[in-house]
Design a protein around this ligand. Sequence first.
Ligand code: SF4
Length: 360
Amino acid sequence: METTSLLRDVCEGYRLKEQEAVRLLKTKGREVFEILAAADRLREERAGPSVTYVTNQNIHITNICKNLCGFCGFGRRAGDEGAYCDDHETIRKKTALARERNVTEICLLSGVHPDFSAETYIELLAVVRDEAPEVHIHAFSPDEVSYAASMSGLSTREVLSGMRRAGLNSLQGTAAEILVDEVRRIICPQKLDSASWETIIREAHQMGIPTTATILYGTCEQIEDRVRHLAVLRQIQDDTGGFTELVPLSFVYQNTPLYRCGQTGSGATGREDLLLIAISRLFLDNFTNIQVSWGKLGIKLSQLALLSGGNDLAGTMFSDDVTGDAGAAEGGFLDPAIMERIAGDIGRSLVERRTDYTLV
Ligand code: SF4
């Protein structure tokens, strides 16, 4: 089917097949703009005219990590230069600062510390919950849940349940990277496999804990792997409805082991970034929200991504060592005044949302 009629069918409700999405993702030349425009139309239909964002703050706990993934510039071994692990008092101070900034969401970001058990995570959550009783806590990945369970001799459901009792509101859909095990064996061999990631995400959804969905692209995966990943997410969402949004994460390559040893190139191109956002919008007919990660894409490309199917500009963050350590130029804090300019310049209004996408 030619691209124009395929896009028309998708806009009228046709569900894209994997091989069709692969073909669209491989598009070059001016047809690219046709795809972006179709995704923008669907964005308007599904998510409305506004650009949303959340006032949130990242709190980094430790960069000591058992996984040392090849695509990551953040993780360190204990004893390495720059390695740290914050104590409860420091986490409490960081949380107090977030509260003073009137954030509605706190994201706890962490390496998978080899000594952390379920109790460690639960105690951390309790500290944050105690200091910020009203704030939504968005924290931890299925890999952390899996490791905590193995350290404490518990099931992953028991860990999730303990985390929720201690204050967890939503789980991060990170550690997904690309849900194709041949790719994972190269980029994150120490992480849980695709099936285990899916099991824990489904458990969280069944327990009423929402999660984000992420995709890390631009390392060494094939276009077919990107689409396979999206197909796994679409199936989970069909079954559970528990994903709040897709967060596409473009590989930031500069300071990563994979790039340094020549196993990856220099990440996705601008065409690939925009097409990934657009095809996600076209393929994931059961997702309302497609996020644009300004920290990964930069401000100017993020604005174009909002014209290519994206509807959300993520959060204020205040700090993002994970992206910064990997070598991104952007990072840290994005002032809503700048977001407003980006949105207004493409004829849209900026609206503050909560983590669950209800408006503030
Ligand atoms: S991506 Fe996460 S799990 Fe992997 S090395 Fe970095 S901090 Fe550790």
